[in-house]
Design a protein around this ligand. Structure first.
Ligand code: BTN
Length: 234
């Protein structure tokens, strides 16, 4: 399946793949036990202490129409891997996985472009596996270990990769609609009052639905809006 490279310490698995993508094969996975400069969405820092599962996947797709949906496929795959251990995670659009409102993992997707064309995608994942102190996270967070899940980082990674690559080709070809029913089943925000924050831009409304292309449909006072990117806050 995938070629997996393991490191004890890296600055960031994401940065490693972005710097070495030209020498590496499609679907190469880079894993680090800890990262000294882990990065999150919107240029946030991702503290990466021992105990967490930190990995990035290099993807060199021949079709780039549905790249944004691959992060949603990854979030769903992590949910479904965790469900095998009897817990019931939910999805916080677009790609956070939560348990009881606490963050279990984060996903960062970055495109590498050459001459204005996307040549590859680097999908980075940080999953709280064995950490017992997540007070640095800046929002409620939880680890698999705190949930009583007994797994190794290695086993959990294999389960997530298997679930992801089972549907990778289909999502690449056909987009979010392939996973929409499974994603919606785990999306508890429909019908709820939410806030979407994108930098300084804040929008409030009722989460109406997820569109067939994976965007969030928000009913606001000024009508229905389609949200492409942002942080969902309750
Ligand atoms: C988020 O902001 O929620 C996304 C966090 C993504 C963190 C992962 S850990 C592995 C990979 N390497 C990084 O530097 N970031 C991603």
């Amino acid at each position: 399946m995938s070629n997996i490279l393991y490191f004890e310490t890296l600055d960031s698995t994401q940065t490693y793949l972005k710097e070495h993508f030209s020498q590496l094969d499609d679907k190469t996975v880079v894993v680090a036990d800890q990262q000294t400069a882990g990065r999150g969405r919107f240029d946030r820092k991702w503290v990466s202490q021992l105990g967490g599962l930190y990995f990035s996947i290099l993807l060199k797709p021949n079709k780039t129409d549905f790249l944004a949906n691959l992060t949603q496929l990854m979030a769903l795959s992590i949910c479904q891997a965790a469900e095998k251990y009897g817990i019931e995670p939910t999805l916080k659009w677009p790609n956070d996985v939560q348990v009881n409102g606490k963050k279990l993992c984060g996903i960062l997707s970055e495109a590498v472009a050459k001459n204005g064309h996307i040549t590859c995608l680097v999908l980075g994942v940080g999953i709280n596996v064995a950490q017992k102190d997540l007070s640095h996270v800046g929002q409620p967070a939880i680890s698999l270990c705190e949930l009583g899940v007994k797994t190794s980082k290695q086993d959990f990674l294999q389960e997530v990769l298997a679930l992801f690559f089972q549907r990778y080709r289909a999502v690449l070809e056909e987009g979010f609609s392939i996973i929409r029913p499974a994603y919606k089943e785990r999306f508890p925000y429909a019908g709820k009052q939410i806030t979407i924050k994108n930098g300084a831009h804040v929008l409030c409304g009722v989460a109406h639905d997820l569109s067939p292309r994976g965007t969030l449909l928000l009913q606001t006072d000024s009508g229905k809006q389609e949200i492409l990117i942002g942080d969902l806050l309750v």
